[in-house]
Design a protein. Sequence first.
Lengths: 252, 360
Amino acid sequence: MAKTDATPVLELTGIGKEFGAIRALHDVEMQVFPGEVVGLMGDNGAGKSTLVKIIAGNFRPTHGEIRFAGSTVHFNRPVDARAVGIEVVYQDLALSDNLTAAANVFLGRELKRKFGPIALLDHKAMAARALELFGELRSETRPDDLVKQMSGGQRQAVAIARTRLSNARLVMMDEPTAAISVRQVEQVLGLIHRLKEQGVAVMLISHRMPDVFAVCDRVIVMRRGEKRADKPIHETSPEEVTALITGAKEAA
Amino acid sequence: MTMPMESPITFSNVGKIRWWQRGIFASQTGYVLLALAVLLVIMHFASPYFFTEGNMQNVAKNFSFIAIATLGVTFVIITGGIDLSVGSMMCFSAMITSMVMTELSAPGSPAGALFVHMAADGKTVLANVPGLILLVSIVAGLGVALVVGLVNGFCIAVLGLSPFVTTLGMLSIVRGLGYVVSNGRGSFPGGPDADYFYAATSGDVLGVPVPFIYLVILALAMAVVLHHTSFGRHVFALGGNEKAAELTGIPVVRVKIEVYVICALAAGLQGIIISGWLGSAPANMATSYELNVIAAAVIGGANLAGGIGGPLGAIVGCVLLEVIRNGLVLAQVSSYWQQTLVGVIIILAVLVDRIRSRMT
């Protein structure tokens, strides 16, 4: 699926990260192309979250270089990563319970209408756009309901709708299918397909083998802070990936 | 946006939340407002003096004396913080205002020469520009509040100190500074602009006390800011989930500093208004007012855990406290009971809200 002639949207070279004496990541190389869905797998402590946090701008890498759409980038804060077009759906979803669904979707980039020098929130437009996004996600979520009163799937929809707002070029999803119903897993996977159709690169961090094999073009396996495998999905199998994750097979 | 609101989704499993289960009807503010209405009716039958014009004016004036500061502290409480320095701040701002006013009105002093001159009789001091001294002294009073708010905000947002400890320290620092600058004597607004000062702080407009008018204007402004600007939205988001707020790119540090500045300014303004009513700014003015202010905010429905609160709640809390105080006086109950009762009401209000949220 990966077109080698296209510029990778994300390119990591020699990424390493140390926390004091602990080496969390070592010499990670990776490329993600537009419209590609990459599964990032690995056991707890394999370095997945550290890698995601580096790409998202939460941490700065100790070594190595990040290139986004061909140019070198340095992220000091998550906002910097967002500015170039990297969106993250966090596992704990990062929602404000006391706000409505629409408010959460637009948090930090509210739509406003100018009244002379004063800019007031445009509640109507935000609710309409949020409803549209929930419609795309086929989630029964009302923009005006408080997130506090929502189910796990609805919360997921709110968090994913947020990434659809900006024209993100890379969306990283941290365990998006971990805590939701079977029906909604289908919806989330459907959404990933739709992102892909629009040329958005998706990085799926997941423990759920069936989901990875259902949507990903390529799978990357991490173990002990290193990349152990990077294979097109049709050249591998769940058994091989499991062996790579557990260390039964060292590399592929 | 051509999309009609009843567009792509059909809600088969998710019911609509009824109007009486959302918004103010499902909030502590709503319940306390109801309790207040009941209390007003009881007061009407208990005392024939309660609903007289004079008493109503009194009540309106008295609760306005803590309500503006309550609006300010509500901002801080919504973000999940607390400001214990409001009482000291009221005193300090009031003191600076009246000291600057007195200083600028002294004809001999170097600063005074710019603002006043002696009348032909050699005794009466006249202002060069009427109202200018008042303006400068109020700006000075609010200026020190701004500085204190910035320091609070800096310690809490940038240095990461706990709001409770920071503002507890600031309570003592500001009160101490008040004693230092005044030598413990207190100060009095004086000079040619003193009459303007009294008119602007404790006067009436068509029978309505001026502090009440300020309160209404500020409360309306606060409602607009909280619910219709992105700053207000960020204040709520910060109280709801600070980590999420940070991840979504909200300027958390700036918003935090801003709420502490707003709170200090509100307290400063409140102090200046109180000193106009008292006719002086004694060094022990507004001692322990921070407790009344926070109590009023909490009774009105602001949640100390953050994320919930608003101007209506702040005012309802203040009115309830004042009506109870006023009622106890009219009923000739010893005013010492007031404090006990206030404590009971704080706990009751929070308890009712807890029971309600368990039921739904």
